[in-house]
Ligand binder design. Structure first.
Ligand code: URA
Length: 159
């Protein structure tokens, strides 16, 4: 469901995370797209379909076992990338509490925006490689990965 946000009063479409809690898997994307903005559920548009039906089955996972959230919870104007300030402010506002409630073992950092939450990660070198790392003061298995939308734009990157 979309709810108003206390830190960005101009935004009234704050797409809430979705998925079981507690659970082993916690996935962080970038920010909602237009379908997510309309329906109030993360990763339900074309990228989410690709994730659900292509990438998750390849990993032996299904959407129902993953808690899914975004770095920025509302859709940026003109669908632009969230700024460093927005990532910091919005991420800090909601992610620590979500991580505490979900208590995951494994955190998927999907795309450069989510990876930027852990500054020492170099996505170009580390994509797909699990590593121990600290996120908001707690240690997890982190999996830096390209954003699932990438394969839609650049099929050579799908693999
Ligand atoms: N891309 C994201 O990063 N998040 C969504 O919710 C949808 C697309």
């Amino acid at each position: 469901m979309n709810t108003p946000c206390s830190i960005c009063p101009q935004q009234t479409r704050c797409v809430q995370p979705h998925g079981p809690k507690p659970t082993k898997y916690f996935a962080i994307g970038e920010a909602p797209g237009s379908d997510e903005d309309i329906h109030g559920i993360p990763f339900i548009g074309q990228t989410g379909q690709e994730w659900d039906h292509t990438y998750l089955p390849l990993a032996g996972l299904s959407r129902g076992e993953i808690f899914v959230t975004n770095t920025r919870q509302c859709r940026p104007p003109q669908n632009r990338k969230p700024s460093a300030k927005e990532i910091e402010i919005c991420g800090q506002h909601h992610l620590p509490q979500e991580l505490e409630e979900v208590n995951p073992d494994i955190v998927f950092l999907m795309g450069a925006t989510a990876c930027s939450l852990v500054p020492e990660i170099d996505l170009e070198i580390e994509h797909g490689i699990p590593r121990r790392g600290v996120l908001f003061g707690e240690e997890y298995w982190l999996i830096p990965m390209y954003h699932p939308a990438l394969g839609l734009h650049e099929t050579s990157s799908m693999i």
